[in-house]
Design a binder for this molecule. Structure first.
Ligand code: NOJ
Length: 472
């Protein structure tokens, strides 16, 4: 694929051009070149999380959604609550039909801890049966399931015991993981222990916009460290409990984390901005990513906390590195802020509906950087809040092009999961942002799903990989 071509496609995304150049992946010759650039077993799919799509949940977020800050600001910007969400708990067949229509061969979803263990010591076998049925139905449809065990939410009973501020949560989550791996192991090989430890730590304990709503960077660092310890224990538990090779590749498990990586661009050339951007990068991007190599947790907030400790079981606990990539922040030093910086997007940049910088080049950079760890890489999330749906096609194309470019330069990238299959509950932002390849009508009793224009783009990529989207 010609670099100039990639640049043009990237440019189309950046300028929000409603008529981007034709996708190179759509040309006959490019189909075969795409196949030769990526492994035959490449996974192309979508990603979701239980709290955001299932509906009918009862966990720490359910409480948080009804609350407000001390200043009276509602925790959820648009004043919605997750409620019935997409009702995916009752609509998996419909959702699988959408995946087949996309031509996807993989799906990343999370199992909800509060559903499976609603109270301490209880186990909801019926819910576990349903998740197993999902994994089997996906597999029967030629769709490889990737299961996330922790995606932001905690059962209320874990949260009231102190949640991520308590070491006990590590063992509770490891024991939960063992049960899930035992139950789903015959149908699942691909496991993602924890989604975005750095985002959870930052949003919950620095910015205070996720429960429990604290603003203490010292606690945030401790929480991030604790989550890495939990990952190590969860990986051990999964390996013990899941000994069935479901996909016949000779391995019963592949375990990783979904790590949110951002590009932190110093706002100016000033040494202080560069220093703080570097510090932010180390805290947010590097701490998790270097752990598989060093077996240590190293987190440093100058003048606040310094953590550097070996974690038993961390070395060798990663079979892959999952990357969630959404964009870039400019970083200006702001020493009075708990994060020591102000992060922003310059006014002349193209942005998503959430004001996030659309920067496909960053995915290439991130894949090159983390590909060098020597572990296989999956893009476990990438997507855009785009209500009108007109920008998503060029966004998807440009980011996929960036992935292909990295793969051609030797990065062992094994899959791409688009966030998201459906519009869903976007945490503190509520239902306003629309991330779905399929739009969801939340007011409709059936939570009607309709395709956005990016469905065609996804299908083009799927065909390029030799997959067969089904007619809608
Ligand atoms: C990452 C999170 O894992 C997911 O829950 C969220 O909805 C998307 N990013 C979009 O912000």
């Amino acid at each position: 694929m010609k670099l100039a071509r990639i640049a043009r496609i990237g440019h189309a995304a950046l300028t929000k051009d409603p008529h981007p150049p034709p996708c190179v992946l759509g040309a006959e010759d490019a189909f075969s070149s795409l196949r030769s650039s990526l492994p035959a077993s490449f996974l192309l799919g979508t990603a979701t999380a239980s709290h955001q799509i299932e509906g009918g949940l009862d966990n720490d977020w359910t409480d948080w959604e009804r609350g407000a800050s001390r200043e009276g600001e509602p925790h959820i910007k648009d004043r919605t609550v997750s409620g019935a969400a997409c009702d995916s708990w009752n609509r998996i067949e419909e959702d699988i039909a959408l995946m087949r229509r996309l031509g996807a061969n993989a799906y990343r979803f999370s199992v909800e801890w509060s559903r499976l263990e609603p109270t301490e010591g209880a186990w909801n076998e019926e819910a576990a049966d349903r998740y197993l049925a999902w994994a089997l139905a996906l597999r029967a449809a030629g769709i490889e399931p990737m299961v996330t065990l922790h995606h932001f939410t905690l059962p209320r009973w874990v949260a009231t015991q102190g949640g991520w501020m308590k070491d006990r949560t590590i063992e509770l989550l490891a024991s939960f993981s063992r049960k899930v791996a035992k139950k789903l192991g015959s149908a699942v090989d691909l496991w993602c222990t924890i989604n975005e430890p750095n985002v959870l730590a930052t949003m919950s304990y620095v910015k205070g916009v996720f429960p429990p709503g604290l603003t203490d960077s010292r606690i945030a660092a401790q929480v991030q460290a604790r989550m890495l310890k939990a990952h190590a224990r969860m990986a051990e538990a999964i390996r013990e409990a899941d000994t069935t090779d479901a996909d016949g590749d000779g391995r019963a498990t592949q375990i990783g984390i979904a790590h949110h990586v951002r590009i932190f661009q110093p706002a100016t050339r000033s040494p202080l901005d560069r220093l703080i951007a570097g510090f932010t990068d180390r805290f947010f991007n590097e701490a998790i990513a270097s752990a598989p190599l060093t077996g240590r947790i190293e987190l440093d907030i100058p003048g606040v906390i310094h953590i550097d400790e070996a974690v038993p079981g961390l070395l060798g606990s990663f079979d892959y590195m999952g990357i969630n990539y959404y964009g870039r922040d400019h970083v200006r030093a702001e020493l009075r802020d708990p994060s020591l910086s102000k992060q922003y997007v310059p006014a002349d940049r193209p942005v998503s509906d959430l004001g996030w910088d659309i920067y496909p080049e960053g995915l290439y950079q991130v894949l090159k950087r983390y590909g060098a760890l020597g572990l296989p890489v999956y893009v476990t999330e990438n997507g855009i809040a785009d209500k009108g749906g007109e920008v998503r096609p060029s966004f998807l194309r440009a980011h996929f092009e960036a992935l292909v470019r990295a793969a051609r330069e030797g990065v062992d990238v094994r899959g791409y999961f688009h966030w998201s299959l459906l519009d869903n509950f976007e945490w503190a932002e509520g239902y306003e942002p629309r991330f779905g390849l399929f739009r969801v009508d939340f007011d409709h009793p059936d939570k009607r799903r309709t395709p956005t224009p990016a469905v065609e783009t996804f299908q083009e990529i799927a065909r390029g990989l030799g997959l067969r989207p089904e007619p809608g």
